[in-house]
Design a protein around this ligand. Structure first.
Ligand SMILES: Cc1cc2nc3c(=O)[nH]c(=O)nc-3n(C[C@H](O)[C@H](O)[C@H](O)COP(=O)(O)O)c2cc1C
Length: 322
């Protein structure tokens, strides 16, 4: 479907997905200036009052960019809300998003009617992330504008279903906005997501290596060196299954091939479950798509690469199907 304004002015149909700790204003501004949607988890801004400062900075810098580059306007940005009972900042963070009329709110770990209707109230759109068709139906029933099917191989709290299966099931009944997530890191894969019926490709892990990302140099280098087979799927570190870099698990003194199961009732995003290692800080999250990341580079360089690959893939497909 054609993307609704202001999302109809993107250079590529891509959302730079929210990354705990890693995404801050510098990364978001670089993504939007490069022509893709940039986003950050509200919880990355600490204390809570910093959300207002970040939204002020992002809004001002993008407005200045648009004044100087009327032919190349910045993409809109998004804020991610973790809608889980453990998030006691949700109301305050939503009030700050309302103040800045955030164009897109991405919700994870819980679908709440009042969150979706509040965003609709100021003219924004909501995308809710889901790992199966059952959760997708619930989110749309509760009023989400669209969906983010998180397929196998995605970074962070990923699902286990094939992107083909997820998209096939969801597109049987839903014709609204869909952003497909999971290991997308090449222009060809963006076109592939569109061929599966997605409106956006939702890309996370490659940005960890971006110059503008808030990540240790060691983490960036591990993304550059990492490949799909070095990703471990476990629920040990937060209580929810997610994908992590094997090298960081070894670095924390654990055996990635013999990790114990965690108790899901003890979900805690910042803890290492029954280990001393801290998820996200010591144990590094990553999806399986990082084989295409060959250096730590500015966002603009990566978006330019994705654009070249996307155009080449379209041309190759046109030839193959002529
Ligand atoms: C280090 C890391 C942190 C993440 N933090 C969040 C988060 O705070 N909120 C969220 O909704 N998703 C989070 N995710 C998931 C991503 O937004 C996205 O779904 C995923 O990265 C897409 O898969 P890909 O990494 O294979 O591109 C995180 C992923 C990673 C790798």
């Amino acid at each position: 479907m054609p993307l609704p304004a202001p999302f109809d002015r993107l250079r590529l149909p891509v959302i730079g997905s929210p990354l705990f700790i890693v995404s801050g204003p510098e990364l978001v501004i670089a993504q939007c200036k490069a022509g893709i949607v940039g986003s950050f988890p509200a919880l990355n801004a600490r204390p809570q009052s910093q959300v207002d400062e970040w939204l002020h900075q992002i809004t001002e810098e993008l407005a200045a960019h648009n004044r100087d580059n009327p032919d190349r306007p910045a993409a809109p940005f998004a804020v991610n809300q973790i809608v889980h009972k453990s998030n006691d900042r949700l109301d305050a963070d939503m009030a700050t998003c309302a103040k800045w009329q955030v164009p897109m709110v991405i919700t994870s770990l819980g679908a709440r009617e009042e969150v979706f209707s509040a965003v609709k109230g100021w003219g924004g759109i909501t995308l809710h992330d889901v790992i199966n068709d059952r959760f997708a139906r619930k989110a749309i029933e509760k009023g989400a504008t669209g969906l983010i099917p998180v397929a196998a191989g995605a970074g962070g709290h990923a699902g286990v279903l094939s992107p083909f299966a997820l998209m096939q099931e969801i597109r049987e009944w839903f014709d609204g906005l869909v952003a497909l997530s999971g290991s997308i890191a090449h222009g060809r894969s963006i076109l592939g997501a569109q061929a599966l019926g997605a409106d956006f490709a939702y890309i996370g892990s490659p940005w960890i290596a971006a110059t503008e990302a808030n990540a240790d140099e060691g983490y960036k280098q591990a993304i550059v060196e990492g490949r799909a087979e070095g990703i471990v799927y476990t629920n040990l570190f937060t209580g929810v299954h997610g994908n992590y870099l094997r090298s960081s698990i070894v670095g924390a003194g654990l055996d990635p091939d013999n990790l114990p199961e965690s108790d899901p009732s003890k979900m805690n995003f910042g803890s290492g479950g029954n280990t001393k290692a801290k998820a996200w800080k010591d144990i590094w999250g990553s999806g399986q798509g990082i084989g295409t990341v060959t250096k730590s580079a500015p966002v603009e360089e990566t978006v330019a690469r994705l654009e070249r690959e996307y155009i080449a893939a379209k041309e190759a497909l046109a030839k193959a199907t002529a």
